[in-house]
Every structure is written in C-alpha cells, then in structure tokens.
Design a protein around this ligand. Structure first.
Ligand code: MN
Length: 276
C-alpha cells in the first residue's frame, strides 16, 4: 500500500471517570470504538483542577496486555506488588508489559497544578499474555525530540520518525508512537508500516490528515497506507500511534484481557488468591 492513509472514521472522545474518580476523555474503549486491534483503550487526562485527579488510581491489577503512560504535564507515582516504584514526570513514558499479572497504583504526585497525559492499552498475542511482567521506564530527556524544517516538533516514543528511533523496543506489535506538535502552517509526513492499524488523536488545536481537519479531543482512525500526511493551519498537537493487528479472539473483563472466558475466570481466581 504505497499511498497516504486517509481518515476512515472520526471518534469523539467521551468524558468519563475511572480509578477513584479521575476525570478523563476516552476514545478507544467506548461504545463507538470498543477496540482497534491491537489497541484496547485510549484515555486522555488533562485538567488543572485537582478535584479531577487527586483520587488517582489506587491498587488494581492488570493481566494479558500492556499499559503505556505518556505524561505531558504533571507527575504520577507508580508503585507495584514487586516493590517497583517511581515517579513519571512531564515528557516521560512508562511502557508496562503486565503479562501474567501486575497489581499497581498510579497516583498523582502533586496536590495542585496541571496533570495531563495519556494511557494507552496495547494487547498482547496469546503467546505473550502470560510473560513475566516488565517495564520500560523512559525519562523525559531520553525521548528524542526533533525540530523539522517543516515546522514540526517530534517526540519519538516508539518506532521511527524523521530517521530517528524511539527508545521503547521489543514490543510484540512493533508499535509506532510519536507526539507531533505543529506550528501554524507546519507539515509532517509520518511513515507508517503498511498493514498496521493506525490512529491519530488531536489534543491541542487542530490538525489535518490529508485534506480533512481533525478537531481537538478527537480520534481519527486511519485507512491502510504507508504514510500519514499531516498539516495544521492554526497549529496543533497530536499523537500518531500504529501497531500490528493481533487478529485473535479477545475476552475482556475490566483490567484482564485474554483470549477466552476460561482464561478470564482463571485471571480473577489468581488475583483473588494472591497469585499475581
Ligand atoms: Mn493501571
């Protein structure tokens, strides 16, 4: 598919809350878009009202997939049942492969000010669902940032943009995850592996994909192709994410994502009996 990707579908994010009452905008994982193989959920949290985030995400489990947290502003403290703990700051990334099971908490490390970022859930193929949990914690300074001659500022988390590789590697679905900030009039052509699922989510201003504009807080699901042609008249910022579809049955129950109902029941039993 040597052609640019177009917009297949526009999904308006839904304002909802999760954890102990964190207000967020969900786009993948909604009625309008329950999943986008291999992606299971996309939440954007962005607020300067502490009441919207202060309760955080107290202790909860995950099994069978990966959670990816990308912070734009503010700080989150992460703590898990293996004793791992750390603070994720502005521009930092945590790619957590929950595999056979993690129990963790994600709590704001601040009592006021802005908290802004994303959580993406990436599925694992059956062969990797019960792998040993692992983390790729990327400090803000270790996310390559490139200013292009076309007026784009790229932050590359995974995959390749403008000839530079992101720091997250060895992920089953071979992902691309790029934060693209466009100044007014800027353009950027992002190469994307043909055959991979690809979406863009605009979180500031607006951006055009081909000749169609995508507004703020909106997800654009893209058709197949080998590149995404981005531009913005008034300036905008978005994430562009892609990954190889897994094409396996999905059995999903809250924070457990497996292939069959039996595996979900096993996950619930294992969690309840402390076998994570
Ligand atoms: Mn979590």
């Amino acid at each position: 598919m040597n052609s640019p990707r177009a917009i297949a579908k526009i999904i308006q994010s839904q304002v909802t809350s999760d954890g102990a009452g964190v207000k967020l905008r969900r786009s993948i994982g909604t009625q309008a878009c329950s999943e986008l193989d291999p992606f299971l959920l996309l939440d954007a949290f962005g607020t300067d009202n502490p009441d919207d985030y202060i309760a955080g995400f107290p202790s909860h489990p995950h099994r069978g997939f990966e959670t990816v947290t990308y912070m734009i502003a503010g700080q989150m403290r992460h703590k898990d049942n293996t004793g791992a703990e750390g603070v994720l700051g502005p521009g930092g990334v945590q790619w957590m492969t929950a595999g056979r099971g993690i129990v963790h908490s994600e709590m704001p490390e601040q009592e006021d000010g802005e908290l802004h970022g994303f959580q993406l859930w990436v599925n694992l193929p059956a062969a990797d669902k019960m792998c040993v949990p692992r983390y790729q914690n990327i400090e803000p300074a270790d996310v390559p940032e490139i200013m292009t001659d076309q007026g784009a500022r790229l932050r590359i988390i995974a995959g390749t943009a403008a000839g530079t590789d992101g720091p997250v590697t060895h992920i089953s679905v071979d992902p691309l995850y790029v934060d693209v900030a466009l100044t007014p009039g800027a353009t950027h052509v992002q190469a994307v592996e043909a055959g991979h699922t690809c979406f863009a989510y605009v979180f500031e201003g607006s951006a055009a994909i081909g000749d169609k504009t995508v507004d703020v807080h909106t997800l654009a699901v893209l058709t197949d192709g080998d590149r995404v042609e981005l531009s913005s008249d008034g300036g905008g910022r978005l994430i562009v994410v892609a990954g190889r579809p897994i094409e396996e049955p999905v059995a999903r129950y809250g924070p457990f994502v497996m292939n069959t109902r039996d595996e979900i029941h096993q996950a619930i039993r294992d969690y309840q009996t402390g076998n994570f």
